[in-house]
Design a protein around this ligand. Structure first.
Ligand code: EZ4
Ligand code: CO
Length: 402
């Protein structure tokens, strides 16, 4: 039996911070797992280094499910983003190792392909409507079949999702930037630019929009109803999701499809949303939801209730978890779409993934395991830099969901 002989945590900041777990076995096989939790990176690095690595040494790397249960139940303290990101990193690295040992890509270990590629959506945005329309045209030219649209709300510098430069990166400051938010201005403005997008480009592509947790259920129901004729693929994160019951009210108000889950870390965050059919797409990710093993369980539950998948894929998910997502996406019968923001050239100096973007879809390679290389010398050239996500405030100074 091979054993785990080493597990090391690599923290690097090629354009943004990433935490990666690299597990090595007695047969000299290595596996990678993404442990990045945006704005709280070093908490996961310490959780792994101080509390998980000592438990891994000497274990059989083939026993993925047993290791998952051991880390989840063995912690006694259950769930939470830090714990579940750490478990995810171990789980993902062990799937990578299992694939390399078997000489098979991870999608084959998961039952094989149900489709060749995973349709992705790109992120179009603009400081105003004209800029947004130009950006949508660019994504259409690049072959995207699904595009998310976000524009800056006039007079609301805290608008979510507007790109400055090559890649959108909201974790932008050594201490959190405070952004002023007006729900009223957003609710007046968002329908006008989404309508402008359909008027200019028609209906032959999927249009998505991210509300980013900023509305009450009542406001979200009103927005969804107003957007119905635009036939959105989904309205994302319409309201904060701690209260799963609140989605019933949105559901009853509108037929605009609802997607949620990028901040979820376990099946218990969405059990009711799924089994009571309060959502259409579940956006949990490999990196933050306990790895391939646990995310597959969520996707399988969702399948029973005709809820489709739409995993989070922002720049804070490293190419390692993006590869894991693509392997899982191509195998599940209820795949919906995969978010893909793409990574910066600097990030690709450290991480070399082998998945390919063609015709608006990501295709996994046939390389054994996940098919991602990490250049440790390059990683060492980019030391960690503290970076926080912004904080939202209303005009009266009180804190609002960002
Ligand atoms: O704000 O990943 O749909 N994507 C998103 C992201 C999140 C970031 C937070 O780290 O909402 O842009
Ligand atoms: Co989002």
């Amino acid at each position: 039996m091979a054993t785990i002989t080493d597990a090391k945590i690599i923290v690097t900041s090629p354009g943004r911070n990433f935490v990666t777990l690299k597990i090595t076995t007695s047969d000299d096989v290595t596996g990678l797992g993404d442990a990045t939790l945006n704005g709280r990176e070093l908490a996961v690095a310490s959780y792994l280094r101080d509390h998980v690595v000592p438990l891994l040494i000497g274990r059989d790397p083939a026993r993925i499910e047993d290791t998952w249960q051991y880390l989840y139940k063995g912690a006694y303290w259950r769930r939470g983003p830090v714990t579940m990101t750490a478990i995810a990193a171990v789980d993902t690295a062990l799937w990578d190792i299992k694939g390399k040992v078997a000489g098979l890509p991870v999608y084959d270990l998961l039952g094989g392909k149900a489709r060749e590629g995973a349709m992705v959506y790109g992120h179009a945005s603009g400081g105003d409507v004209a800029e947004l329309l130009d950006d949508i045209a660019r994504f259409k030219e690049l072959g995207y079949r699904a595009i998310r649209a976000q524009a800056a709300v006039p007079g609301s510098p805290g608008s979510y999702g507007v790109r400055h430069g090559q890649v959108y990166e909201p974790a932008n400051a050594a201490l959190p930037e405070e952004q002023i938010w007006s729900t009223e201005a957003y609710l007046d403005f968002a329908p006008t630019y989404l309508t402008a997008v359909r008027e200019r480009f028609g209906f032959d592509f999927h249009l998505l929009h991210d509300v980013h947790h900023r509305l009450t259920p009542t406001e979200a129901g009103r927005l969804g109803r107003r957007l119905e004729d635009l036939r959105l693929f989904w309205m994302e994160d319409p309201t904060p999701a701690e209260l799963q019951e609140s989605f019933r009210q949105i559901r009853q108000a509108t037929t605009t499809p609802i997607a949620v889950g990028e901040v979820f870390n376990s099946i218990w965050d969405c059990e009711r949303l799924i089994t009571e059919r309060l959502i259409d797409y579940i956006r949990a990710s490999v990196a933050h939801t306990g790895g391939i093993t646990h995310l597959r369980r969520i996707f399988n539950l969702a399948e029973l209730y005709q809820v489709r998948t739409g995993s989070h894929g922002a720049t804070d998910l490293s190419p390692v978890s993006m590869a894991a997502a693509v392997h899982l996406d191509v195998t599940v019968p209820n795949f919906g779409i995969q978010e893909y923001m793409g990574h910066s050239p600097l990030t690709h100096e450290v991480f070399q993934p082998s998945y390919e973007l063609r015709d608006g879809a990501l295709y996994p390679s046939e390389a054994p395991g996940l098919g991602v290389e990490l250049d440790e010398e390059a990683a060492a050239r980019f030391p960690y830099e503290p970076k926080y996500l912004p904080v939202g405030r209303r005009a009266d100074g009180s804190v609002h969901d960002w």
